[in-house]
Every structure is written in structure tokens, then in C-alpha cells.
Design a protein around this ligand. Structure first.
Ligand SMILES: NC(=O)c1ccc[n+]([C@@H]2O[C@H](COP(=O)([O-])OP(=O)(O)OC[C@H]3O[C@@H](n4cnc5c(N)ncnc54)[C@H](O)[C@@H]3O)[C@@H](O)[C@H]2O)c1
Length: 249
């Protein structure tokens, strides 16, 4: 079933472990994909690997409001509208409440929290002009639990994504724009394994996940594909967990 036939999708942080898998899944379901990431990210191989034609690469720092204006205008000019936004870009910091540095805090909040707000602010009206659409905000289990007792800035930002999602969902509820948050548990991306593989943090991720394994990027891409599609047509303001049971405790 091609749930995304004739759908135009923007994915931020498209060059990362989950972003690239989300682009692959949505294109396989028929979407035209605008893959957005920071300037200098080589998105060529990703675009070449996607199913179908007509995909675009965009330079977009999600923390920069002017770049959102430019990206939105570019997409409207190229495609005449947009159907789905996946706010996926984020950065992390594992520092604790005592150890976090102010500069790092500010950057994490700018990208992970402000970036999601700016995306909704600029793309929501475009979805509305297009005749309706869906926004999927990629949050985290760390946006609604205490996690592993560190990553204070990331928790702050992802918690805000959770509540901003509900607020925006109410704002657009009668206007054809759905907004939902997806909360992955720990996912075995190449980037995560390179950074933490075999470390005590990796062991803690496994030990605290009821299913006893990390998730796969494909399992997250499948959940994004569901939320962005008409199969989730009566869902807005929802928080959906793909976390191996983490939040069931
Ligand atoms: N991997 C996990 O275990 C996990 C778990 C829960 C939630 N998440 C969330 O999933 C999403 C994707 O994570 P990932 O594991 O693929 O991360 P990743 O680090 O592999 O990829 C993140 C991508 O975002 C891009 N990016 C960073 N700053 C940006 C900015 N200012 N503007 C635009 N792009 C920017 C990076 O260049 C990179 O391509 C994030 O929102 C993350 O918080 C990941």
C-alpha cells in the first residue's frame, strides 16, 4: 500500500541515523522527499538511494528562522505545497544538572526545542494552504521520564516538544493540520553505536529496556510513516512511544 503516493514530505536532520531511514521509508511508500540538514552535509548518496524521483536536498539549520522562511518558500515554489513535516533534527548532551555548561544548554534548546517550534510556525501555514497535512515531532522517552539521570538540556528540550505538540495540535485541530509526537526509546543507529557502543551508558540502555534490546531505525521510521499518514487521521496531540516497553514501567 502506497500511503504516500502524491505526498510531499520535509524531513529535517535527514542525514542522520533515523532521518535517513525515515526518508527511505517514506519514499518507499510513494513520497517525494525534501531531505534537509545543515549546510555541508552530503545528502547526495541519500537522495540517490531513495525510491522514486523528484526528491530534493535542502540546507536548513532548524535553529535559524530565516532558513525556515527560505526553505518554506523554496518548497512552495518547487512543489506548490507540502503534506507532511517530520521535525527530526536534534543534538544531544549527556551532561547532568550540575555539569551542563550554559553554552551547550543554549545550543541544545535552540536546536531541539526552538527548532521544532520554528518548523511548526513556518510549515504549519504551508500545510494549511496545501489543504491540510500532518506534523510529526520526533521527541524521546527522555522528554517524559527521568531517563538515566543525566542529559538535562536534552530532557528540557524534548519535554517541551511533547507539550508544544499538544498545544499546536489544539491550535490547528479544526483546520486540517494534525500534530503528534513520537517518542523513541534508545535506537541502534550507527551513530549511537559509534558514540556509546560497549560503554556503561550502552549497558544501561539495554538493562533498562524491558524488551532487552535497542530499537532499530526501521521500527522508528515505521512509526513516523504511520503518524504522518491518513491511517492516523483521527490522531492529533498524541504522544506515541516506540520504546521497547520503557514507559510501561
Ligand atoms: N537514536 C536514538 O536512540 C534516539 C532516541 C530517541 C530520540 N531520538 C531522536 O531522533 C531524532 C534523530 O536522531 P538520530 O539518532 O538520527 O541523530 P543523529 O545525530 O544521527 O542525526 C541528527 C541529524 O540532525 C542534524 N542536525 C543537527 N543539528 C541540526 C540543525 N541545527 N539543523 C538541522 N539539522 C541538524 C545532524 O547533522 C544529523 O544529520 C532526534 O530528534 C533524536 O533526538 C533518537
Amino acid at each position: 500500500m502506497k500511503r504516500y503516493a502524491d505526498r510531499r514530505v520535509l524531513v529535517t536532520g535527514a542525514g542522520g541515523g533515523l532521518g535517513s531511514e525515515i526518508c527511505a521509508r517514506l519514499s518507499a511508500e510513494g513520497a517525494r522527499v525534501a531531505a534537509a540538514d545543515l549546510a555541508g552535509t552530503d545528502l547526495g548518496p541519500l537522495l540517490d538511494s531513495l525510491t522514486g524521483t523528484g526528491h530534493l536536498a535542502l540546507e536548513l539549520d532548524v535553529a535559524d528562522e530565516q532558513q525556515w522562511r527560505d526553505a518554506t518558500s523554496q518548497l512552495e515554489a518547487a512543489w506548490g505545497g507540502l503534506d507532511v513535516l517530520v521535525n527530526n533534527a536534534a543534538i544531544g548532551s549527556i551532561a547532568t544538572v550540575e555539569d551542563e555548561e550554559r553554552d551547550t544548554w543554549d545550543r541544545v534548546v535552540a536546536v531541539d526545542q526552538t527548532g521544532v517550534w520554528l518548523g511548526m510556525k513556518h510549515v504549519g501555514p504551508l500545510l494549511e494552504r496545501t489543504g491540510g497535512g500532518s506534523i510529526v515531532n520526533v521527541a524521546s522517552i527522555l522528554g517524559s521520564t527521568g531517563g538515566l539521570g543525566n542529559s538535562i538540556a536534552y530532557h528540557a528540550a524534548k519535554g517541551a516538544v511533547r507539550t508544544m505538540t499538544k498545544n499546536a495540535a489544539l491550535h490547528w485541530a479544526t483546520r486540517g493540520v494534525r500534530v503528534n509526537s513520537l517518542h523513541p526509546g534508545f535506537i541502534e543507529t550507527p551513530q549511537l553505536i559509534e558514540r556509546f557502543g560497549g560503554s556503561p551508558r550502552h549497558q544501561a540502555m539495554l538493562a533498562n529496556t524491558p524488551m532487552g534490546r535497542l530499537g532499530t531505525p526501521a521500527e522508528i521510521a515505521g512509526a513516523v510513516a504511520f503518524l504522518g499518514s491518513d491511517d492516523a487521521g483521527y490522531m492529533t496531540g498524541s504522544e506515541v512511544y516506540a520504546d521497547g516497553g520503557w514507559t510501561a514501567r
